[in-house]
Design a protein around this ligand. Structure first.
Ligand code: ATP
Ligand code: SKM
Ligand code: MG
Length: 166
């Protein structure tokens, strides 16, 4: 499985589709899978059940996707915080999509209603980037810069880099 990880707004969903298209593969996205399984939006799961409950649902979604799907998987931005989820990803091609603070804020939008970003969106994203970047680095088998680059160019780089290591 080709797994895409990275912060909010890194382009996981966008790039997963483009990589899958290039390789003739199908795509899954754990954010979508969790929402479909729960029948409610992620923001509601966070508010009603809490982040820990969401991370458990996310782990189940990652495990199910890895067990049943062969293709490209976009994983929720915080999934790698969970050690058991990190273990599940071992042995797969894991691509870290890098994004800088300003670009992430721009892509997510200052008016976002994501529970983890409530209050000061830029400050919250900065804290998440600082906390998570070392984790993304440790899990990834390939890291790709996305700032100032078009999605098609990023997808091409990933496909070329994976072909070189296959
Ligand atoms: N390389 C890029 N350059 C400019 N805009 C981009 C790029 N990649 C994605 N975007 C835009 O940024 C926004 C977020 O992209 P996307 O939803 O793919 O990110 P994500 O990593 O899946 O985020 P999430 O945390 O919501 O799952 C979208 O509006 C998308 O069109
Ligand atoms: O970075 C995060 O913690 C999140 C990212 C999104 O993909 C969603 O999984 C959710 O909004 C949480
Ligand atoms: Mg996404």
């Amino acid at each position: 499985m080709i797994v895409l990880i990275g912060p909010m707004g890194a382009g996981k969903t966008t790039i997963a589709g483009l990589v899958a298209e290039r390789l003739g593969m199908t795509v899954r996205d754990t954010d979508h899978d969790v929402e479909a399984a729960e029948g409610r939006p992620i923001s509601e799961i966070f508010v009603d059940s809490g982040e820990a409950a969401f991370r458990e649902l996310e782990r189940t979604a990652v495990a199910a996707a890895l067990a049943t799907h062969e293709g490209v998987l976009a994983v929720g931005g915080g999934a790698v915080l969970d050690p058991a989820t990190r273990d599940l990803l071992a042995g797969h091609d894991v691509v870290f999509l890098r994004v800088g603070l300003s670009e992430s804020v721009k892509r997510v939008g200052l008016g976002t209603s994501r529970p983890l970003l409530l209050g000061n969106v830029r400050g919250r994203i900065k804290a998440l980037l600082d906390e998570r970047t070392p984790i993304y680095e440790s899990v990834a088998t390939l890291a790709v810069e996305t700032d100032g680059r078009a999605p098609d160019e990023i997808a091409d780089e990933i496909v070329t880099a994976l072909a070189a290591t296959a």
